[in-house]
Design a binder for this molecule. Structure first.
Ligand code: SF4
Ligand code: SF4
Length: 371
């Protein structure tokens, strides 16, 4: 869709108020516990003014750049995942009152608008769509995910700054948002270049005090996004990556990484595409009612590989190998795309700074078998 125009930075509040007037619950980036997370936003001055994130393997810090910009923080630990695939929810309840009855508990239908999603987040959502929505990869749609997906409005932000852990450019997923958004913003000196990505987005933009964008501003926006891509020093070489990993399942690097990995599951919690979960029944004390709950889980937990009396991946080397080979190799067989979109969150938020690119590179440098 064509560029709709320019919105002055001081008028971003009009976008928030327009979305709220249309019935959306609006969430956007907020500072909580020293990190940027998504939370309810009712005014633009609640956004993280002037903050930038400094990200390294195992390290995340917010610093004040005093530049007045709103979206230079790049991203925090959260993606769009929890807004579509809830960390914990009740799928159905069972009651026993003379007879047994089941009740489905679908999520509330109130539309949600998320401000600040990045290109990697949209790519992560597209990967999860293949898991949770009916497609050539999947025979059914998860009604919980599908309901939230239908009611989601996305205001994406094209990145004009990358974190040191980002590698979306090498995964061809960013830093420009390509699809899946309703509105896309690119932050310029004191305004945003605004684009609509859907009819719903265009309808919202029609209510904003936009000024015409000149070629100078569209060029500036394109150059800023390109500069963010060029600034990325990490890149994942995906050449023959399926064969590389499948042919090296007994590589000594898996023992090496197991020495550093705590099996804490942080990497899977922050990953926008990971979808492991467990389902449990929680009964009331009187035994008359029970809730069937779904909860995020991780292939790094020992229990997740428990099948009929045995843990099939008792060692950390096996669990790390399972995660990496699924993410970068068998995901492609399963869903036709990589399970990694290059957001770099698993690198930043790993307490011991394990970098999946370094692990792949180490195996590629000295493969055990020909790929
Ligand atoms: S790779 Fe890092 S974040 Fe992931 S389980 Fe191991 S220690 Fe935790
Ligand atoms: S594997 Fe790591 S870099 Fe890739 S999408 Fe998941 S969190 Fe992001």
């Amino acid at each position: 869709m064509p560029v709709a125009g320019l919105l002055k930075r001081g008028q971003l509040d009009v976008l928030i108020q327009t979305l709220r007037a249309r019935g959306y619950r609006v969430v956007g980036p907020r500072v909580k516990g020293g990190a940027i997370v998504y939370d309810e936003v009712s005014r633009a001055d609640e956004l993280p003014v002037g903050l930038v994130s400094v990200q390294q393997p195992g390290r995340y810090r917010l610093e004040d750049s005093a530049n007045g910009r709103l979206f230079d923080y790049v991203h925090g630990p959260e993606s769009l995942k929890r807004f579509l695939f809830a960390p914990q929810e009740t799928l159905w309840t069972v009651a026993q009152n003379g007879e047994v009855s089941f009740k489905e508990t679908l999520p509330e239908q109130r539309p949600l608008a998320v401000i600040g999603a990045r290109a990697c987040d949209l790519a992560g959502m597209e990967v999860q769509d293949r898991t949770f929505l009916k497609s050539q990869y999947n025979d059914f749609s998860d009604p919980y995910y599908a309901t939230r997906r239908e009611n989601l409005f996305i205001v994406a932000v094209n990145c004009t700054r990358s974190a040191a852990t980002c590698f979306c450019a090498s995964m061809n997923t960013g830093p420009r948002a390509r699809e899946g958004y309703d509105i896309a913003l690119t932050e310029l000196e004191d305004s945003f270049l605004v684009e609509a990505g859907s009819a719903a987005g265009a309808a919202v933009l029609a209510e904003l005090p936009l000024q015409p964008a000149r070629e100078m501003e569209t060029t500036q926006a394109a150059q800023a996004i390109e500069a963010a891509a060029r600034s990325q020093t990490r890149r994942l070489d995906t050449t023959d990556i399926q064969a590389l990993l499948f042919n090296n399942l007994e590589h000594p690097r898996w023992d090496d990484v197991a020495e550093r990995c705590l099996s804490c599951a942080n990497c899977t919690m922050v990953c926008p595409t990971c979808f492991c979960h467990r389902e449990t029944d929680v009964a009331s004390l009187d035994g008359k009612q029970s809730e069937h709950q779904r909860q995020w889980d991780s292939c790094f937990t020992l229990e997740h590989s428990y099948i009929h009396g045995a843990q099939i991946r008792p060692q950390i080397r096996q669990r790390y190998r399972q995660w990496l080979t699924h993410k970068l190799a068998s995901w492609i067989e399963q869903f036709g795309v990589s399970g990694c979109v290059g957001c770099g969150r698993c690198i930043t938020w790993c307490p011991t700074g394990i970098d999946l690119i370094e692990e792949v590179n180490a195996i590629r440098a000295q493969p055990e078998a020909k790929t």
